[in-house]
Design a protein around this ligand. Structure first.
Ligand SMILES: Cc1cc2nc3c(=O)[nH]c(=O)nc-3n(C[C@H](O)[C@H](O)[C@H](O)COP(=O)(O)O)c2cc1C
Ligand SMILES: [Fe+2]
Ligand SMILES: [Fe+2]
Length: 393
């Protein structure tokens, strides 16, 4: 793929990583990802906004080379220090002796630690600072914790383009513009759940800051470029605002069928009432899909057998993820099973401690659910229904 002109003198020079399958050693990437970098060519100065992941330096250099030489770059803007966007910084600074690296104060501290960049090469910018390139002006906006403490957005004033790095991103290699990918918001929701949901408060602050800013194009550093930014901004307002739907997520594991039976029954009862139920068997669940469903579910159900005195390790992992990702759901329900002495519920509650979720109810069965347990499941279903239909409190 070649460099792509977005508007006059603004080019995409990123790379598509079609075959990457795991991000941050945690997040599955069924459709790969992209590391978008952008070259802004002013009449006086040239700036590169974000770079690419380690291993793609030469591809970046080739694309930049279609427009300018690496030695012609005056500024390398680092919106985020994570190596998927900043991994090529050492390569570029070695081949270009004049360019300044532009970063927030925290960013400057990060590049020293991660890439050993000397002070003399770093230009620290503060919120609202502008750099003229000649006919193109870059404005920097501090937007911390999206996704690390040092993050910022860059805004190209004349063309009304926002470069928010990870924010508004999506992990997929395919598609170039938003209208190329019909279900892009689904990818964006998954990405929000995986990466941004734990920082929803900071996301709301950033969205507030963007209000009043004219934005014609959002050019994030993962996934397609938005030429119609309205939809993704609205979606981010909903997701970061904790707007949930009549939706329940059930994540469970079952060795010999007890939890399986309970989950199937509960899912059937809720589905019959018109609830959107998403069931994830943790044995082969895609954690990215779990994260996506956590974004707008109103109730979270966890189901786990007792194994070696506690909940099955896969359920412990899921409970840990739920706590770390900080989804908006206010209610949890726990299903469990045991052979001689149940401990699964309590060990899951231990993991969830401090997550501010209210336990709506739980059911632990011995070996397999009996008739009276199915009655208890019906009661649980109606308690869940009350909250689901009750909306957000
Ligand atoms: C490897 C293994 C370890 C287990 N450890 C415990 C235990 O520590 N305490 C207990 O009460 N039951 C234990 N059990 C029994 C299961 O919790 C019980 O069979 C439960 O009903 C299984 O639920 P499931 O059918 O959803 O897998 C263990 C079962 C297995 C296979
Ligand atoms: Fe990141
Ligand atoms: Fe990223």
């Amino acid at each position: 793929m070649k460099a792509v002109k977005i508007v006059k003198d603004v080019y995409w020079v990123g790379v598509k990583d079609w075959s990457k399958r795991i991000f941050d050693a945690l997040i599955p990437l069924p459709e790969g990802t992209s590391y978008n970098a952008y070259l802004v060519v002013g009449s006086e100065k040239t700036a590169l906004i974000d770079t690419v992941a380690p291993g793609f330096e030469e591809e970046l250099e080739e694309k930049i080379g279609e427009i300018k030489g690496i030695e012609d770059i005056d500024y390398i803007v680092m919106n985020h220090a994570e190596p998927d966007h900043s991994g090529a910084i050492p390569y570029l600074l070695e081949r270009n002796e004049k360019a300044f690296l532009i970063a927030t104060e925290k960013g400057a501290d990060m590049v020293k630690a991660y890439y050993n960049v000397p002070d003399g090469r770093i230009m620290v910018v503060r919120d609202g600072d502008e750099i003229p390139l000649g006919g193109k002006t870059l404005r920097f906006m501090e937007a911390p914790w999206l996704h690390w403490p040092e993050t910022m957005f860059t805004y190209l004033i004349e063309d009304k383009i926002l470069f928010p790095c990870d924010f508004f991103g999506a992990h997929l290699a395919g598609g170039f513009y938003d209208d190329d990918v019909p279900d892009l918001l689904t990818y964006a929701q998954r990405y929000f759940g995986e990466i941004m949901m734990p920082f929803s408060t900071m996301a709301r602050k950033a969205l507030h800051k963007l209000e009043g800013l004219e934005i014609e194009i959002i050019a994030p550093s993962h996934g397609p470029i938005y030429r119609n930014p309205g939809k993704i901004i609205e979606a981010y307002k909903k997701w970061s605002g904790g707007e949930t739907r009549e939706k329940v997520i059930i994540a469970y594991v079952s060795m010999w069928g007890a939890n399986e039976r309970m989950v199937r029954e509960l899912a059937a009862l809720l589905t019959a009432e018109g609830v959107d139920v998403k069931v994830h068997n943790l044995v082969n669940a895609d954690i990215g899909e779990v994260a996506k469903d956590l974004v707008d579910s109103r109730v979270i159900v966890l189901g786990a057998p007792t194994v070696l005195g506690g909940a099955h390790p896969l359920a412990i992992y899921a409970a840990y993820l739920v706590k770390a990702l900080r989804p908006p759901a206010k209610y949890a329900v726990i299903l469990g099973s045991y052979g001689w002495h149940g401990r699964s519920r309590d060990s899951l509650l231990e993991v969830l401690k401090g997550s501010n979720m209210e336990l709506l109810g739980s059911l632990e069965v011995r070996a397999r659910p009996k008739k009276e347990d199915y009655e208890k499941l019906r009661q649980l279903a109606s308690i869940i229904m009350e909250k689901v239909k009750g909306g957000v409190e």
